[in-house]
Design a protein around this ligand. Structure first.
Ligand SMILES: [Zn+2]
Length: 250
């Protein structure tokens, strides 16, 4: 069975560009997304997007609510978005977390039966009171009693090389990307290691990342994968996102 990669649009955010990208001017609007990977041995969700309560309660993201405008269509949530694609949220086997920021793991509450696959370093950071108090992480988004598989380094989910977690730390302590082998060639879901293409091309990082030099090293890893023929799908690239148009990639 061919592997299917299905884009899910959780909503859009906007903010001053300088928050996202060093030296950025003006304002940026960008998608918040997650991805379903259908493999013959199981269904993977890469990130889970917004928490369903964000529609009615911006307070749950603390100070971030003052920086970002969040646009989620009324009545929308991850469970419904998956159902629209014919996917039962209770049938997701694995939830791979790129990292634990609110726009990447908020929908976890609607994925009840998945095993969460996360880098050990990210899980520990997400549960560190120093970062929780600073508003970087909210364990109410992700620490919900799931079976947690804490990994260290690369991890081949199905053991056949088709869906592989690739550590790309720097944006956060244990950030990871996901490589998927499609019939059309390899794809890497970069998540927030690179928000959009120009940032990767120019090695531009956010001004307030966890470790900016480490992130640049991870970005160089992504660039070398691209040089070898991997298609990169960026974490918050509005232009690229519009080209997917809710169609699955094969
Ligand atoms: Zn992030």
């Amino acid at each position: 069975m061919a592997i299917k990669l299905i884009p899910i649009e959780n909503g859009w955010m906007s903010c001053e560009t300088g928050i996202m990208c060093e030296g950025g001017q003006g304002r940026s609007t960008f998608p918040v997304s997650c991805w379903v990977i259908e493999h013959e041995k199981g269904t993977v969700l890469f990130d889970s997007g917004f928490h369903p309560e964000l529609l009615s309660d911006l307070n749950r993201i603390g100070a971030a609510a003052t920086l970002f405008d969040i646009d989620i269509p009324a009545g929308q949530n991850l469970k419904k978005l998956l159902a629209d694609q014919g996917i039962d949220c209770s049938a997701i086997d694995y939830l791979v977390m790129s990292h634990l920021h609110f726009d990447h793991c908020g929908g976890t509450v609607q994925i009840p039966n998945a095993r969460i696959i996360v880098q050990k370093e990210e899980w520990e950071a997400g549960n560190d009171s120093k970062w929780i108090d600073a508003g970087v992480y909210n364990p109410a988004d992700f620490d919900l009693g799931h079976n947690i598989q804490k990994i260290e380094g690369q991890h081949d989910i199905f053991g056949d090389g088709t869906v592989v977690c690739i550590p790309t730390p720097g944006h956060t302590a244990g950030h990871q990307s996901l490589r998927v082998e499609l019939g059309s060639g390899p794809v890497v879901l970069t998540s927030d290691c690179a928000y959009w293409q120009e940032m990767l091309d120019e090695l531009l990082v956010p001004p307030h990342g966890f470790d900016r030099e480490r992130q640049k090293e991870s970005m160089k890893t992504l660039k070398s994968m691209r040089d070898l023929g991997c298609k990169l799908i960026f974490g918050h690239d509005a232009e690229q996102w519009k080209s997917f148009d809710n169609k699955s990639l094969l």
